[in-house]
Write a protein that binds this ligand. Structure first.
Ligand code: NAP
Length: 315
């Protein structure tokens, strides 16, 4: 619903914005920035000729190229929208094109690793303001994006120490204009928080769907037929982009392993409670978790509709 984004700005926030990687996130930024007039000139950069062709067909940007160095030339804001593991190589490819005063940012789901990969390539006079929009879907590519993806979602900025306030403010304004609520924290804290709120849940989903697929005593058709019992919601998450998520786990190794350790301990306690018939322990936990879901709904981060608003007759 683009009308929720509000009217276009009279004066663009940036003269020239280059988006590198026109997948779900990059193309969503392109659509929102275009709609809101956030850049006088919007440039799409992608390694794949076919994607650039599609970006042109969809008229997502003013310019579109597979030449990273040429596309980044003269930009005031460059946003890396590629998998976390590709950020270092992309930064290296554009480093000779960065004009003094330019801001480099990204959208990666892991921040510490991206800072370690990108920062060494940035010349003095270029600011780095890493960002993570906490918004997404299980779809990929330039057709998957939509302009309201970031509306009423959090965007976390993790500027390294010493980043100029003015650069942070400009990136904050960019995300606020797209409807995001912006918060600033350290990369280390971000990676720990997201390990438990996003990365481990994805790992659990990948795992449970994989386990169900491997079961020999339950047929594939039964798994699909009776999936509405809860399994189906895991399959949505487990359909997320394999490249993106492989990189997330490889680049947030420590925090994910720390949270997995905690999770394993808690699962062992649950197994024990079930084995010994400790219903009060189960009841107490399930009551607390129900309250957490209600908190997420009351903050507008989820629909209150039963079954995520699926049509009751469409199951
Ligand atoms: P996507 O739809 O798969 O798009 C990824 C883009 O990166 C594509 O344009 C792809 O190019 C490009 N790319 C892949 N490998 C590359 C490489 N080695 N060098 C240069 N470009 C490369 O993925 P996405 O969901 O937009 O994710 C992009 C970033 O956003 C990731 O860092 C992810 O962690 C972050 N993020 C994702 C979500 C989410 O839910 N999806 C949410 C928040 C943040 P091709 O055209 O060749 O495919």
């Amino acid at each position: 619903m683009p009308e929720r984004l509000g009217p276009p700005l009279e004066t663009p926030l940036f003269e020239r914005v280059a988006l590198i990687g026109l997948g779900l996130i990059g193309s969503s930024i392109a659509r929102a920035a275009r709609h809101l007039n956030l850049a006088r000139t919007l440039v799409a950069i992608d390694q794949d000729e076919a994607v650039i062709g599609r970006v042109k067909e969809l008229k997502l940007t003013d310019e579109a190229t597979t030449d990273f160095a040429a596309g980044a030339e003269g930009a005031d804001l460059i946003i890396l929208c590629v998998p976390v593991g590709a950020c270092g190589a992309v930064a290296e490819a554009i480093k000779g094109s960065l004009k003094p005063g330019c801001i480099v940012s990204d959208v990666g789901s892991v921040k510490g690793s991206v800072i370690a990969q990108v920062q060494p390539h940035l010349p003095p006079g270029v600011s780095f303001v890493p960002a993570h929009p906490v918004a997404g879907t299980e779809y990929s590519g330039p057709d998957a994006g939509f302009s309201t993806l970031f509306f009423n979602r959090w965007c976390i900025l993790t500027p390294p120490e010493g980043t100029e306030d003015a650069a942070i403010d400009r990136v904050r304004d960019f995300w606020s204009a797209m409807g995001s609520n912006v918060e600033v924290m350290t990369a280390q804290h971000h990676d720990l928080v997201l390990a438990i709120t996003s990365h481990v849940p994805h790992l659990i989903a990948y795992n449970i769907v994989g386990t169900a697929a491997d079961l020999e005593t339950v047929t594939q058709s039964e798994v699909i037929k009776f999936s509405a019992g809860g399994f189906r919601d895991f399959t949505r998450i487990a359909a997320s982009d394999p490249t993106m998520w492989r990189d997330v786990f490889l680049h947030n190794k420590e925090a994910v392993l720390e949270m997995l350790g905690r999770l394993n301990e808690d699962i062992a306690l649950l197994a024990r409670a079930i084995r010994w018939g400790e219903g009060d322990k189960l009841f107490e936990l399930f009551t607390r978790t129900r309250a957490i879901r209600r908190g997420i709904i009351s903050e507008g981060q989820e629909t209150p509709e039963p079954d995520f608003g699926r049509r009751r007759d469409g199951q």
